[in-house]
Design a protein around this ligand. Structure first.
Ligand code: NAD
Length: 461
């Protein structure tokens, strides 16, 4: 099929490249000319594993093209996907201005029957808006509008798109539904399920899914807090819970609080939808509040574990909101680093991919691509993003380059024994804090911070 994709961000670019990989002829459109120029020059404007090779292969095969002219992606397309941003607007409502503008752009270039599929995450009823815009601006052209929410995760987006748990299609007519089934036939033929439903239901499935995952994360984070206060091991609690097939092990890792371009804004947008519909979603509201509080308290947690931070050097490993991406939207670093600086700390930050994105948002921090360089002379080392490379750091080398001895791990990346054996104090989430081994490679003595405040002593190692 001939397909246009409007928006070449994290979702649009992956969608376009993957649909081309499935054999369709795809033209990706972006109104950011600089982005299109980079794509035309063979450069990939975002970090997403394996995406550059996928793009190159499909361009070579003549199935994938880029343009900043909307007509190129619309005029001769059977299906046009809208994959533009839906950032948070006033009162947590999704800002639909980009979706509406894209619909108007599309309408201006329609020729014959065209299916418009909304892949952006949009509140219930947005499909009706898109339909109305198309009807108003292209009254003589027949169109149909479907909802086709996207569930990919940054960092493993290609695998998620090509091996989806489910494809959701919200269509109001059998013709529209049949066209979407044709788009995804290469995937359904391999056994990936396509759930067809009405458009409003499809729109809600996306929000209900993201909000559920947000609840799961906030839940395990609060259980981890409880573990710290009563002397239980949150990782083992999570494992014990996750072995129950009704619960499942995924999204049960304590962390610094969820971030990224989806969960924070989607929970808020769902709450806004509920408010408008006069419906109480108290569970989602509680998860959202807990997450906000958790991120706001990150710097205080560091101070609690280390004492006065004035003029102390804090190395922060990880800036992106999660591993595998350069995306800084709603990243925990945006709360932690200014919070540390407000307490007088000097911040040295590192990330394998996100430094360019971070630099503009965090003035005053020094940035290093190399983790050991960031740790140089640090009093405290904080692990914030779960990059696999951090899990295999040489901890003895870290201890040698640091001035202090304290590691605060907001991702539970390390085995406590390995940290204390390297001569470092270790504070992680939902597990007792551990003191470094002195001399022999014995095990560190576990210390529960709240029961024994020794680790909180203000004199920093
Ligand atoms: P993004 O900000 O990375 O990309 C959006 C792109 O659309 C930008 O390149 C922008 O220049 C372009 N654009 C905006 N208006 C345009 C127009 N009228 N014509 C052409 N191009 C236009 O956003 P994203 O992260 O790709 O997210 C897109 C949507 O997908 C959002 O609704 C988001 O909630 C949803 N989503 C995102 C993810 C994710 O992991 N990022 C996952 C699932 C769903």
């Amino acid at each position: 099929m001939r397909i246009g994709v409007i928006g070449t961000g994290y979702v649009g670019l992956v969608t376009g490249a993957c649909l081309a990989e499935l054999g369709h002829e795809v033209c990706c459109i972006d109104n950011d000319r600089a982005k299109v120029d980079r794509l035309l020059a063979g450069d990939c404007p975002i970090y997403e594993p394996d995406l550059p090779a996928l793009i190159a292969r499909n361009r070579m095969a003549g199935r994938l093209s880029f343009s900043s002219n909307t007509a190129d992606g619309v005029t001769s397309s059977d299906v046009v996907f809208i994959a533009v941003g839906t950032p948070p607007g006033a009162d947590g409502e999704a800002d639909l201005s980009f979706v509406h503008a894209a619909a108007r752009d599309i309408a201006g270039h329609l020729r014959g029957f065209t299916l418009v599929a909304t892949k952006s995450t949009v509140p219930v009823g947005t499909g009706d808006d898109v339909e109305a815009i198309l009807a108003a601006h292209a009254p003589d052209v027949e169109t149909a509008v479907v909802s086709n929410p996207e569930f990919l995760r940054e960092g493993c987006a290609i695998g998620d798109f090509l091996k989806p748990d489910r494809i959701v299609v919200g269509a109001e007519t059998s013709r529209a539904r049949a066209m979407m089934e044709a788009v995804y036939r290469p995937l359904t033929a391999r056994g990936h399920p396509l759930l067809a439903c009405d458009r409003r239901t499809a729109e809600l499935i996306k929000y209900a899914s993201n909000a559920f995952l947000a609840v799961k994360i906030s839940y395990i984070n609060e259980i981890a807090d409880l573990c710290e206060n009563i002397g239980a091991d949150a990782l083992c609690v999570a494992e014990g819970m996750g072995l129950d097939a009704r619960i499942g092990a995924r999204f049960l890792q304590p962390g610094p609080g969820y971030g990224g371009s989806c969960f924070p804004k989607d929970t808020q947008a769902l709450l806004a939808t509920a408010r408008r519909a006069d419906t109480t979603l108290s569970v989602v509201a509680a998860a959202e509040t807990a997450n906000r509080r958790r991120k706001r308290n990150l710097a205080a947690r560091v101070a609690d574990a280390t004492g006065d931070l004035t003029d102390k050097v804090v190395a922060v490993l990880g800036l992106a909101f999660k591993a595998g991406t350069d995306d800084m939207r709603e990243a925990a670093a945006l709360d932690l680093i200014p919070g540390l600086q407000a307490r007088g700390a000097i911040v040295r930050a590192s990330d394998p991919e996100a430094i360019d994105a971070a630099r503009t948002t965090m003035p005053g921090a020094a940035f290093f691509r190399d983790a050991y360089a960031a740790a140089q002379g640090a009093d405290v080392l904080v692990v914030l993003t779960e990059w696999p490379a951090y899990a295999s750091l040489d901890l003895e080398r870290i201890r040698r380059v640091m001035r202090g001895h304290r590691v605060i791990d907001f991702r539970n990346l390390f085995a406590p024994d390995a940290v204390v054996d390297a001569g470092l104090d270790y504070v992680s989430l939902g597990r007792p804090a551990c003191r470094r081994s002195i001399g022999a490679h014995g095990h560190g003595a576990p210390v529960n911070d709240r029961m024994q405040p020794a680790l909180q002593s203000p004199d920093m190692d």
